[in-house]
Design a protein around this ligand. Sequence first.
Ligand SMILES: Nc1ncnc2c1ncn2[C@@H]1O[C@H](COP(=O)(O)OP(=O)(O)OP(=O)(O)O)[C@@H](O)[C@H]1O
Length: 446
Amino acid sequence: MDSPMQSDANPPIISVSNLRKQYDFTHGHRWGLFGPRRKNVSKDGHVALRDISFEIRRGEAVGLIGKNGAGKSTLLQILTGTLQPSSGSVHVRGRVSALLELGAGFNPEFTGRENVRLSAAALGMTRDEIEAKYELIEQFADIGDFIDRPTKSYSSGMLVRLAFSLQVHVDPDILIVDEALSVGDVFFQQKCITKIREILSRGVTLLFVSHGLNSVKSLCDRAIFLQGGQVVADGPADEVCDLYQNSLTTISAQARDEAVAFAAMAGATEGESVVRAAGRTERINDPGFEQRLSQRSGGGELVFTGIEIRDHQDKAVHAIEQCGEVKLRVEMLATQDIPAGACPGILIRDANGVDLIGLNSNFHNRYLPAMQAGQRFVWEIVAHLPLSRGYYSLHGGIKPTPDSPYFYDRCFSMAVLEIMGNPLSWGDYGGRVIHPATELNLYTLD
Ligand SMILES: Nc1ncnc2c1ncn2[C@@H]1O[C@H](COP(=O)(O)OP(=O)(O)OP(=O)(O)O)[C@@H](O)[C@H]1O
């Protein structure tokens, strides 16, 4: 049933309520005493979506994330009307433009030009509208002479170029972009992301399905996490993406035992590369550590208990100068005996939550020594971070071995680091990462 929203200034453009989708598997015949019975029966079914409810408002950019088989495609197909729900209601208001399957809707025997005109008409554009937009569509797709060849001769990259170009130029109210985009080359992907941002700034609603969490975080303000056909989280994109990332690394106790056994073996053979004790230090004074964490996962055998940032004068700070020396120090506590070979790492993300820099001990072929239950250590990384001015978040993880999907501890949002601008040495650079060159050369030509 529709809820009365007349008084709402920005009513939902997509409303989904108690949605359920079951795929029925129909068996050919049921066998009776005297052979097959006539009637087909459908006994089994797979519930791909259950009890899904959410609303999306005009202008929202929403990421849809989840593992393979979570139900994302099923949900999108229902939203675009190509699949019927088993029960529940779905209301979509406005023109939906969806790139669900590569070139789906194109007739392979027709040329790109013909397919663009036919598909645009099918999406409700008038002849004049199509003529006005055609040049832009062809230009953006940039597939040269292929535009006049049948689309059956296109590579998958060409198909996605043409399909995406059509999709973004039909003035949609709702733009649905699926994983198909990843087929294009990196330059085309960047061009698409820029185009999506431009469309978003005009108030179009975006539903973006991707396994690339960085793209979701940079494009969307909200994300919906589907698991086993159910919504497990719906909220700010960075938090929901972290939750999803956490869910991917939570694995069985057996896998943990295997990883730890492997670490024990590796530790025994790679004694040389274990981090050597650098001397004694005092404990890190960070009483608010646990409260600051936005998410935490892992087995808990070896855990972070605090973090500290120090500048080039060894002073505890929250801000450092661009390209100045920084010491990132984390305190760790072994709650059980830990074999040698574990590797800690710190991840630096920008203000959108996009991963920028990973500082892992194993990148330097260094691992932690064996630890006994109750022991504490401080691990310190000294670096010159090539970041432009702004705010960055620090996240930490400790694994038994570099390749293990198992984490002893994984902490999101351990601390915020401010990079201060230094107008004398660095201009008003607008990017996120800067790189101080080691040499600048000028050669004359003969
Ligand atoms: N036509 C179908 N008949 C039967 N089962 C189906 C059908 N389509 C999908 N399913 C099942 O429904 C579940 C959800 O599938 P869906 O394709 O929606 O997931 P997804 O999240 O889009 O996965 P992916 O990321 O791999 O595309 C899966 O278990 C899948 O096997």
